[in-house]
Design a protein around this ligand. Sequence first.
Ligand SMILES: Nc1ncnc2c1ncn2[C@@H]1O[C@H](COP(=O)(O)OP(=O)(O)O)[C@@H](O)[C@H]1O
Ligand SMILES: [Mg+2]
Length: 216
Amino acid sequence: MGVSLRAYGQLLARYLKHQWSRFALLVMLVCSSIGLVESLQNIGATVERLQELFDQKSTIVDGPSVAIPAGRPLTLEFDSVSFSYTEGKPVLKNVSFQLPAGRVLGLLGCTGGGKTTIARLLFRLYDPTDGCIMLDGIDIKQATLAELRQRVAYVTQDVQLFQASVRDNITFFDRSIPDARILEVIEALGLAEWYRILGPVSTSCDRQDWRSCSHE
Ligand SMILES: Nc1ncnc2c1ncn2[C@@H]1O[C@H](COP(=O)(O)OP(=O)(O)O)[C@@H](O)[C@H]1O
Ligand SMILES: [Mg+2]
């Protein structure tokens, strides 16, 4: 047995000496195949997870549709609204208030008190567990999400800007919106002066210096 093992070792050593490049190539091929199989397995698992994500249905669904008055401020009312993100851990309990049309309301409270949650409920990112939110007396759950979000805007504390032109930042890359409409919006937002100092007056909104100017 000892003899045959020694003979085998010598044979292998000779083989490696003369065939080392082929052997190395073989090892590399095996290793890269293992890597490739691992990558394919990872891709497969990722696609599966993405599919699960796409298959998820939101519990926030369109209402039957209702005309929320446009072109004028609306009265906002929270009527006995309760809400919890996690069952048994209420964030809002029986919150009621009325904000008359055209008035401004500032919410003051400690961190974690539920201020942001109130804004999320108004925008229907979540629905109350109890109670009702109304715009001009209309339950916001009666409207489709598109109808509601045409009348309620949500401005976050974080400013998100694309590294793109003024046009693309305002239109979300919708090329069908004419420059004149964008200029109207800039005017309505009180940004006409800011827009003017971006450069020579032009009919095009395709200026790439949005980000740098926004910090001025
Ligand atoms: N997405 C979430 N999932 C679970 N709990 C949340 C979520 N967002 C906020 N909370 C919890 O809800 C409570 C209210 O949070 P929030 O409305 O952000 O308060 P505020 O804006 O007044 O600081 C906090 O206890 C917070 O931890
Ligand atoms: Mg907050």
